[in-house]
Design a protein around this ligand. Structure first.
Ligand SMILES: [Zn+2]
Length: 277
């Protein structure tokens, strides 16, 4: 499942192909994504220039003068850049939408259809107040994301710290993989009640989250060609994990066996020795 690093890498890969460029035409082949694609979406974007491609959490925000196209990759979505000079391949059954620029066709493929393509009219105010975006926590690379913020956000919350991170209302982008990895690096037990974290551990955790996500983006950046290439490879990438999906294998720090537990129906991986408290 694409997490924040994949979305950020997608944004970086797409930006030079779409920013400042005009959408000459668009095709929506299947409107049944997670929410119905607006029937008038093609009309909304045709002839419009993409002013900027931003990311907020796992949403890509295609900014136009008249509004914002909000897209999400869901469980299995991929945007690919298909140069028109090479001839656009016939769409497969999971290729739900194309945005046609002068040089490229930018195609959304999403086999499981949990992704989204929505339109937010500029007349309705800043897209940041859209119901899907309004409740999101701070961006992990925003200077506002600090240990102090994490400390404030976890007061009065007795749920396990891993669950609180996944909720995404303090900081966005810490999905299942990165929650396990960040907690390992910060040497914090994923089952610990969030409110028990003191300022020092919150500082450590905030730093670990930024580090882990930055490394994942760097890894993704190096595989960029495959990721948006026309070869159809799914291309989700993964940083070299310390704990994630390493149940039973030796911890890279202490040699103890990595444990797997289930929290909120999601697998959590951790080292009982390195993360004893
Ligand atoms: Zn260990």
């Amino acid at each position: 499942m694409p997490e924040l690093p994949e979305v950020e890498v997608t944004r970086r890969a797409l930006a030079p192909h779409v920013e400042g460029r005009v959408i000459e035409g668009a095709v929506v082949r299947d409107r049944r994504l997670r929410w119905p694609v607006p029937a008038d979406l093609v009309k909304r974007v045709r002839g419009q220039q993409v002013e900027r491609l931003d990311r907020r959490g796992k949403y890509l925000l295609w900014r136009f003068a008249r509004g914002v196209l909000i897209s999400h990759l869901g469980m299995s979505g991929v945007w690919r850049v298909l140069p028109r000079a090479e001839g656009i391949p016939a769409p497969g059954r999971h290729d739900h939408a194309d945005l046609l620029f002068a040089l490229d066709c930018v195609r959304l493929t999403d086999p499981r259809r949990f992704g989204a393509l929505l339109w937010h009219r500029a007349a309705d105010g800043p897209v940041e107040f859209h119901p899907l975006l309004a409740g999101l926590g701070v961006e992990p690379f925003d200077p506002a994301f600090t240990g102090a913020l994490l400390h404030r956000g976890t007061r009065g919350r007795s749920a396990a710290i891993k669950q609180v991170l996944l909720a995404g209302d303090i900081v966005v982008g810490v999905g299942n993989i990165y929650a396990s990895e960040s907690l390992f690096r910060a040497r914090i037990n994923p089952r610990l009640s969030a409110h028990r974290l003191g300022p020092a551990r919150c500082d450590r955790l905030a730093g670990a989250i930024r580090e882990v996500l930055a490394e994942a983006i760097a890894v993704g950046g190096s595989t960029l060609r495959d990721f948006v290439g026309a070869d159809g490879a799914e291309g989700y990438f993964m940083l070299d994990a310390f704990v994630y999906e390493r149940a039973g294998q030796p911890c890279r720090v202490c040699g103890g066996a990595i444990a797997r537990i289930v929290q909120g129906q999601r697998a959590t991986y951790y080292c009982r020795r390195c993360q004893s408290r």
